[in-house]
Design a protein around this ligand. Structure first.
Ligand code: NAD
Length: 498
């Protein structure tokens, strides 16, 4: 018997009726641990109807009332974070300390949303014209859809759901079908915190559920995070259907190491950012750009550190890197290692036959390092999303910058150097949305906003922070006069200020 993971609609679990389900694996054993219901059109309609019905009440709840719920969510998540981390590890595979990290970064967004009263203040201009006041207000959009990827099953929903709710919207979340339990856990926490039934719904499934949200006339906006082809599809389909869409896509993040960098620090950073969460992070470093002449020394230092990494079951506190999320993903990532060898990249560390401290059927792939990777090789051109780190040699700073500019992705990047002038030039000229200076994973804090450039983001709003509030509201400007006897008579001229 395996568990069954059902939708969460109108404040309670709702078993699927479409007759379609998907397997949810324990990646450290390879066993199916649960079946998740896949929504059909009827369930999409039911979830959107629940969110629509909850909208007037939640939108009408005072700012103080909404904020109180969010403070309580924060308190409950803090209290239950270990429980949530275990759920994430059991379906995603990442080590529990890493799952705890994503929860902490998610809570950061709940904390930001608790400042809604400040964020939603409008402007007021008294006497803009004689006896005329002008003021603005930020109003919710209505029902919003959130579609999230497998790699951060708690953090990515928390990038959007708290801010969307803080602004007075109601939400239907479609989490990844690969690790759907964290989303249900979040829905339970929001309900326990006092969120009214229907204000936050979780709809499980695949393309059918996503298309249902993209086509439903009552869904006013979509926040999507996932791979670039699907992000592009979601953006094009959602906007064609008249919705506001922000769609964050994939990445190929370069870490440039200049000759004057502290090479031990750079090697530590490359290993941490390349292999944390088995490379299944959109801000993972996937390409180290070693600027001449430090390439050999840097590669040796990275390789030496990789040999000491312990790959194993994420529930074991001794493990530093867990398995990949599914067998299919494992096969895909492994095939890139084969392709890299065939295409002539130098395989410095081969993770394909790793001895992992976990189940025999687990989806294990050890840390893998390629050197002398060229831009025409598939290990360079494609987002691999696994523990495969490439080193590209570069003749100088300008070449490194040009390499990044030519790459279609523009999510994150980093430079390691002791030269402030080089770092300033890099941060100014690099065509990437999030930049680290001696920081390998520059994920902005919750009071900035997260988003890449180029094929890493479709739409003009980044996620969370001030841009999140902007995305989840529309502004109304009121021009108001309370008439007195001095204002009478008809005037067909265009209104002028007087
Ligand atoms: P994915 O694109 O396969 O899936 C993302 C979501 O889209 C899931 O909910 C999935 O069910 C749905 N989906 C999948 N195929 C679909 C289709 N054909 N039509 C409609 N919906 C579909 O991504 P993933 O494998 O879950 O996550 C990994 C990807 O997400 C990587 O590319 C990673 O870089 C990216 N990511 C980006 C960011 C960012 O902030 N830019 C953050 C995290 C992950």
């Amino acid at each position: 018997m395996t568990d069954r993971i059902s939708h969460w609609i109108d404040g309670k679990p709702v078993p699927g009726t479409a007759g379609r389900t998907g397997d949810v694996f324990d990646p450290a054993t390879g066993q199916v641990r649960a079946q998740v219901d896949f929504a059909g059109d009827a369930e999409v309609a039911r979830a959107v109807a629940a969110a629509s019905a909850a909208l007037p009440g939640w939108r009408g709840t005072s700012l103080a009332g909404r904020t109180r719920v969010l403070f309580k969510v924060r308190e409950l998540l803090q209290a239950r974070k270990d429980e949530l981390a275990k759920i994430i590890t059991s379906e995603h595979g990442k080590v529990e300390s890493d799952a705890a990290g994503e929860i902490a970064r998610g809570i950061e967004n709940v904390e930001y949303a608790c400042g809604a009263a400040q964020m939603l203040k409008g402007g007021f201009s008294e006497n803009a014209s004689t006896n005329v006041d002008v003021y603005s207000m930020a109003q919710p959009l209505g029902v919003v859809g959130v579609i999230s990827p497998f790699n951060f099953p708690a953090m990515v929903p928390l990038w959007f759901v708290p801010n969307a709710l803080a602004c007075g919207n109601t939400v239907v979340l479609k989490p990844s079908e690969k690790d759907p339990s964290a989303a249900v856990f979040l829905a339970e926490v929001f309900a326990e915190a006092g969120l009214p039934d229907g204000a936050f719904n979780v709809l499980h499934g695949d393309k059918v559920a996503v298309d249902g949200l993209l086509e439903h006339p009552d869904v006013k906006a979509i926040s999507f995070v996932g791979s670039t082809p699907i992000a592009r599809y979601v953006y094009e389909t959602g906007t064609r259907n008249g919705k506001r869409v922000q769609a964050l896509g994939g990445a190929k993040n370069h870490m440039v190491v200049l000759a004057d960098a502290d090479l031990d620090q750079a090697a530590d950073a490359a290993v941490s950012a390349g292999f944390g969460s088995a490379g299944e992070r959109c801000m993972a470093v996937s390409v180290v750009v070693a600027v001449d002449p430090i390439g050999d020394e840097l590669v040796a230092k990275i390789a030496e550190r990789m040999h000491g990494l312990r790959v194993g079951d994420g529930r074991d506190p001794a493990s530093e890197m867990g398995p990949l999320v599914t067998r299919a993903h494992h096969e895909r990532v492994s095939s890139y290692v084969d392709a890299g060898v065939a295409e002539g990249a130098e395989l410095v560390v081969d993770g394909r036959n790793v001895q992992a401290a976990g189940g025999e059927g687990g989806f294990w792939l050890g840390p893998t390092l390629f050197d002398r990777v060229r831009p025409d090789m598939s290990v360079y051109t494609d987002e691999i999303f696994g523990p495969v780190l490439s080193v590209a040699r570069s003749a100088g700073f300008d070449d490194a910058l040009a390499l990044i500019a030519a790459n279609p992705y523009g999510n994150g990047t980093a430079i390691f150097t002791g030269d402030g002038r080089a770092a300033r030039r890099f941060q100014s000229e690099v065509e990437v949305g999030m930049v680290g200076v001696n920081v390998p994973i520059p994920v902005p804090v919750g009071y900035y906003s997260f988003g890449g450039w180029k094929d890493s983001l479709f739409g003009d709003s980044h996620a969370y922070g001030p841009e999140g509030f902007h995305f989840f509201t529309r502004t109304k400007v009121v021009t108001s006069r309370w008439p007195d006897t001095s204002h009478t008579g008809i005037n067909l001229g265009f209104p002028k200020n007087s």
